[in-house]
Design a protein around this ligand. Structure first.
Ligand code: ZN
Length: 289
């Protein structure tokens, strides 16, 4: 199933995409695509609904495909060729960092350059959405904790991230630095998450073109590993790292500027499209006036 959230920012409603690609309102079935609604029992209940009986809608905006995300956990340098372009060693254990959940936005929302940003960069990533509480999950059972998958753009301000700031979270957490969606695709539709092509273009130039095959640490390993340090809850998201082709790795380096248009996608999980705008021209900048 493809689950979505649609409507104005902060007031999104749950929906499901039918076989013809039409979004239908799921409000009478679940309150939101979030938390407990992602549990195996809830997913089973959604699956039993007669989709044709749900009201079709024509959303002007898709929101992030998961609401009320508790933890937005990212894996750094999880593709060896991306570690090489970043001039960093392939880690012996997964590198973990967090993004502020306030960075989460819809798949096609505008990307807002933070004030003073000169080095905002892109990263297409496979997102893993947790559906069941996990503690010390065994590797061989780890995929049973997954509700589904989605496309993520892990935007990063490289100066804030890397230039003397001590750790990465400052460069990863600005508003709009975490578009997720368009859909949460349930795990049954993705039998092999380690064999998905993923790509990203800026103004029509393809910078990233990879496959989840080349992850250093695969998804079962990551879930098991993370759950040995913290419990994972329904609605937590793990962003599993980016393949090569980020702006930081270009020669000369390329970073996002106002007016750029980013398109990215993952096989079977849909596409995102974002226009880049300056903070002062964003809803946040206008609020500040
Ligand atoms: Zn990343």
């Amino acid at each position: 199933m493809k689950l979505v959230r649609y409507g104005l920012r902060g007031a999104e409603k749950p929906g499901i995409v039918d076989a013809d690609g039409v979004v239908r309102d799921l409000s009478n079935v679940v309150e939101d695509i979030a938390g407990p609604a992602l549990s195996p029992n809830s997913i089973k209940a959604i699956r039993e609904v007669d989709i044709a009986s749900l009201v079709p809608v024509r959303p002007e905006r898709l929101g992030p495909c998961v609401g009320r995300v508790g933890k937005f956990i990212c894996i750094g340098l999880n593709y060896s060729d991306h570690a090489a372009e970043s001039k960093m060693a392939v880690p012996k254990q997964p590198v973990i960092f967090m993004k502020a959940t306030s960075s989460i936005c819809g798949p096609n929302d505008e990307i807002v350059l933070p004030r003073g940003s000169m080095k905002t960069d892109w990263e297409v990533e496979l997102g893993v959405v947790i559906g069941k509480e996990a503690r010390y999950a065994p590797i061989e059972d780890a995929l049973s904790y997954v509700c589904g998958y989605c496309v993520i753009n892990d935007l990063s301000e490289r100066a804030f991230q890397l230039e003397g700031t001590g750790q990465w979270v400052k460069g990863k957490s600005a508003d709009t630095f975490g578009p997720i969606g368009p859909w949460l695709v349930t795990a049954d539709e993705i039998p092999d998450p380690q064999n998905l092509n993923l790509w990203l273009e800026v103004d029509g130039h393809r910078y990233q073109d990879g496959s989840t095959r080349t992850m250093v640490f695969d998804i079962p390993y990551l879930i098991s590993y993370l759950s040995s340090f913290m419990s994972l809850q329904p609605g937590d998201i793990i962003s599993t790292g980016t393949p090569p082709g980020v702006g930081l790795g270009q020669e000369p380096q390329v970073f996002l500027r106002e007016g750029n248009v980013i398109r990215l996608g993952i096989e079977k999980l849909g596409e995102q499209r974002q226009r880049v705008i300056a903070f002062e021209k964003s809803p946040f900048g206008k609020d500040a006036e």
